[in-house]
Design a protein around this ligand. Sequence first.
Ligand code: NAD
Length: 328
Amino acid sequence: MKIFCFGTLAVEEPYARAWGKEQGIEVGITSQPLSTATVELAKGYDGVSTKGIVPVTADVYATLESFGIKQLAVRQVGVDNQDVAAATQHGITLTNVASYSPRAIAEMGVTQAMSLLRHIGVYQDRMHNGDFTWDAETISTEIFNCTVGLIGAGHIGSATAQIYSALGAKVLTYDPSYDAALEPYTTYTDKETILKEADIISLHTPLLPATKNMIDAAAFKKMKPNAILINMSRGELVDTAALINALKTKEIAGAGLDTLANEVAFFTQKKPYADTPQDFQKLNAMPNVIVTPHVAFFTKLAVKNGLEIALNDAQAIISGKRSRHAVN
Ligand code: NAD
């Protein structure tokens, strides 16, 4: 059996080679994402895997089908860059890795929130300008005196609830799907209460029609002026223009963002700073904002788990078995 891995990170390679050796499977590797330009590399292989945010279009699935390939194992949670209907039409079973290390993403969200809570960026900005003072603008709150509001508590939201709870924060959760196992760590409530009461609002929902722009100008108006917004999920959950306005007018105190609505245009690439989107530059210039380039997942355990789960799924489907991670 032969499986080809697109979008392979350098850090994934040793895990891919070790998995192939252990399973007796030839694993082909490229760092290039799966696209119309690269799909030919899969010719002669029995199956494929990919990772990344570059949109995969119908012609790619058609080419895979013409090679006799029946699956595509996506080594990440989000399949919003896949055309699921077109994949189905071409007989390609898509699998995702719904959970590879929820703690990795949860810890990045908490790290950014804690940094913003203690105004680290504001102090750094001041010190770069020879200003070593502190004042009413930078007075902080201890985390155990904070209310954290989680919107969405699946794999990552649950891990986030457990960390904040362990730090002593009051944790509120809005999720239409109730999980009794979370009761020790959180109190379920409605979204309005979270917007009004939380000092830290952390988003952990998928991107769906119902969640797109769920944090808009009206939502910011309901938040406390000291509120910190954390988005480790999908950029489109937040209306970026409304966010910039809310930060400028001090409707909220800060934001930690690992995802941006237009990230596909520049995340994972090297670009002259001047060529990056204006809204990113505006956010990145604010000392009370942290932007990271969609790297919350990026830990050793997450990389190893993501790769092995995807390749196990590819192997299963090629062998005529089913995968419980199939998304179509
Ligand atoms: P999950 O499917 O396990 O959980 C999502 C939760 O959101 C579910 O409990 C669901 O009931 C809830 N939900 C759905 N619609 C909702 C709504 N309208 N309001 C409130 N809750 C709602 O997903 P997950 O694995 O926890 O991932 C969460 C997000 O994190 C996704 O957007 C995913 O793409 C993103 N993610 C980001 C990174 C990164 O590196 N930044 C890595 C992995 C995942």
